[in-house]
Write a protein that binds this ligand. Structure first.
Ligand SMILES: Cc1ncc(COP(=O)(O)O)c(C=O)c1O
Length: 145
């Protein structure tokens, strides 16, 4: 955390503050999200968590990557990850506006596809929700690719 804080102090002096910081949780252990969230308010950046290596892990009693301290959380389903779909991944957010944007990006801005609730990715996300990703809170938006 000291390193990140030092870098942000330097970046501010140089007028080069980041728009986004991407904490990567590793070996089931969460980054210090409370502190990173505080820094995001102080320095005005957004947070995208990468929880690919922490599926099922807990942080202060809650699921790592539940977006309590971030805008978006991403998971990779690459073959060497904790769970895999062969390839692909998933993004979570609690923000309806971001969920809508991500849905459009997923369907290359083809709006008829983004409204299609029977697309392969929706079926996949429902499958993961009801099985191995049952720790994801229900109100969280799921976007599988
Ligand atoms: C933490 C982490 N995030 C993301 C990726 C990349 O995932 P993908 O290959 O699904 O883009 C990796 C790949 O090794 C990774 O270790």
């Amino acid at each position: 955390m000291d390193c990140l804080e030092e870098k942000l102090v330097q970046a501010e002096k140089q007028g080069q503050l980041p728009k986004v910081v991407i904490p990567v949780h590793f070996a089931g252990q969460s980054c210090d999200m409370v502190k990173i969230h505080e820094l995001s308010i102080q320095y005005g950046f957004n947070i995208i968590e990468d929880a690919s290596h922490a599926v099922g892990g807990k942080y202060y009693g809650e699921a790592i990557g539940n977006c309590r301290y971030s805008d978006i959380t991403v998971f990779s389903f690459h073959p060497v990850k904790i769970i895999t779909a062969g390839e692909g991944g998933m993004a979570l957010t609690n923000a309806p506006s971001l969920a809508n944007k991500m849905k459009l990006l997923r369907s290359h801005n083809i709006t008829t596809l983004s409204k299609n609730t029977n697309s392969i990715s929706d079926i996949l996300s429902k499958f993961f929700c009801s099985t191995s990703l049952s720790f994801v809170p229900q109100q969280t938006y799921l976007l599988a690719s």
